[in-house]
Design a binder for this molecule. Structure first.
Ligand SMILES: [Zn+2]
Ligand SMILES: [Zn+2]
Length: 216
């Protein structure tokens, strides 16, 4: 196992350095992933250029996929070579919300790429309980989009879901809206209406299944 790796490390807003650092040591319940693909989220741009990460120095990157190259001795549900993606929020598992399974409300969470080191690096350490195994036919780049795809699906569920044949309007077709277009198609929507003020985004939405484009 390599001891050093290259990573994009954020020291302050606007101060991202590509440098050689130590590879993280894993604990008994963690795995080490060789990062194969990582997305650049809108929140990463904001974090890197404006707001900063929660702690410094920190490696950003929370939507990614990779291959397991090292495994903690208590981990038995995964093995070396598994192709995985990960849920970036690491719940404390102790607070009243975690005990009820409401991990998104955790009062003392960690977060890959913001509160602890993320995936803009050759390797990333992840607790095994945060891993999701990727099917063989899903590529690493597609797998890295699991987190934003879930964000889009969550939005659709909060809006009441989609019934087969129902018309769907998507206001704003940035990356999440584009994923929502694809979910709407996969869920059997009738007419998909994409609304945005950027013509290029509307064109992509059309390729992804939007039937009606509105520039407004
Ligand atoms: Zn994100
Ligand atoms: Zn908690």
């Amino acid at each position: 196992m390599k001891k050093k790796m290259l990573a994009a490390v954020l020291y302050a807003p606007g101060d991202l350095r590509y440098e050689e650092i130590e590879v993280s040591r894993i604990g008994a319940d963690d795995v080490l992933l060789k990062v194969k693909a990582a997305g650049n989220c809108g929140s990463d741009l904001q974090r890197i250029m404006v707001e900063g990460t929660h702690t410094f120095p920190c490696i950003p990157g929370h939507e990614f996929s990779g291959e397991i190259v090292e495994i903690g001795h208590k981990v038995d549900s995964f093995k070396i070579g598994d192709k995985v993606t990960a849920y970036p929020l690491i719940p404390c598992m102790r607070c009243e919300w975690c005990l009820q399974g409401e991990y998104n409300l955790c009062e003392d969470y960690d977060y890959l790429g913001s509160r602890c080191d993320g995936a803009f690096a050759e390797y990333v350490k992840v607790p095994a309980s945060n891993l999701i195994k990727l099917p063989r036919e899903v590529g690493f780049e597609e797998g890295a989009m699991t987190d934003p795809a879930c964000v889009a699906l969550h939005g659709i569920k909060r809006a009441g879901g989609i019934r087969i044949g129902q018309s769907v309007a998507i206001l704003g077709v940035g990356p999440i809206g584009m994923l929502a277009c694809q979910w709407a198609g996969a869920m059997g929507a009738g007419k998909i209406i994409a609304v945005d003020i950027i013509e290029d985004k509307l064109k992509i939405a059309k390729d992804l299944g939007a039937d009606v484009l509105i520039n407004a």
